[in-house]
Ligand binder design. Sequence first.
Ligand code: T4K
Length: 398
Amino acid sequence: MNTSTISMPTHAGALDPVVEHRPAFDETLHVGRPNQGDRRRLMERINDMLDRNWLTNNGPFVQEFERRIAAYVGVRHCIAMCNATVALEIATRAAGLRGEVIVPSYTFVATAHSLQWQEITPVFCDIDPRTHTIDPRRVAELMTPRTTGIIGVHLWGRGCDVEGLERVATERGLVLMFDAAHAFGCSHRGRMIGGFGLCEVFSFHATKFLNSFEGGAIVTNDDGLAGRIRLMKNFGFRGYDNVNYVGTNGKMTEVCAAMGLTNLESVEFFLARNLENYRAYREGLAGIPGLTLLAYDERERCNYQYIVVEVDAGEAGIDRDGLVALLHAENVLARRYFWPGCHNMEPYCSYFPHARLLLPETERLAARVMVLPTGTAMNPEKVGRLCGILRAAVGRGG
Ligand code: T4K
């Protein structure tokens, strides 16, 4: 690590010599740096779009994007949306959810907000600490006569316990759907994620494996649901002036679809880079006491989009927050996803002040996880240096 001596003003205004810390990386390394496909193809598409002068409202790029995503995932319908949060709102509404819906607390807050926004109560369920995903054994304990559905989250792109959730949902006559924001391009037990439950929702936000600048999609095999979703995302219009549904504006624009289509052509490249980075992390972190890299099952299709490390402070001699602060000082913007858990955020912590008593695994995990940079902006050499920083920090007890 490089250091040099400079002078900084003290509180008294005098100039004292202090040692400036030069970060290990000159450029900032981000979690979620966007993956970009072939820029020339994107520009061609944008030119076509401008020549056509058709910018939004179910244009040809959106239709092509929907066809390609549906074919990729192997489902009957894909409805492209402006983002996954609105897609979740529309999906739950079109599925007729109301009252209470069971969701994990250990997720991005959009999962809970999409319900609360419609005055549906998100009831937070604990996770299985081995998988980080909702624990079906805990779901049954949270049911009340007001429960209408369950939303599982395929966190980090790893399929949650779909079969366990299906059993509970079928037994109790509940709707089951999935927040698959992290899971585009991933499979569960050999089947592509996207085809499970009543429907699933992908995110194509800039930080995601496949991005369309901002964007999302609902995928489903249910024809009736798909029809209702198409109405709802376009103000409830059937034809030019016939509105017979309460709708909103959830449409994807043509420029977003152009980006999505272009990036879709490069997913194999994104995947190869992510896999290479993941393997470099696995090698670089091996044997560091107290650090455990979340493993992906290489027999499944994975997008390796998140590099997730659990920190055991007792063994590492430094806790997760200490390591994150240390990495930030080296220009590595590691993240504490999904700390502190939705149940500890407003308004949920005011509505359910005792929720954490029911969420011991969520509480424990949220305090231990840090997420490290990957994607096309990273490479094994940078990963190696980053792991070297962690090894040195743990070796010195922070
Ligand atoms: N469900 C789940 C389970 C989700 O994780 C999400 C979103 C959703 C639903 C909702 O999906 P969307 O409605 O967004 O489609 C980011 C993303 O904004 C969010 O999409 C994502 N999950 C969440 C996990 O991560 P932040 O607040 O952490 O993003 P931000 O702005 O801090 O960006 C992350 C890093 O990426 C930064 O270090 C900067 C870098 N970055 C970001 C952008 C946007 C870039 O380098 N370039 C960029 O253009 O939420």
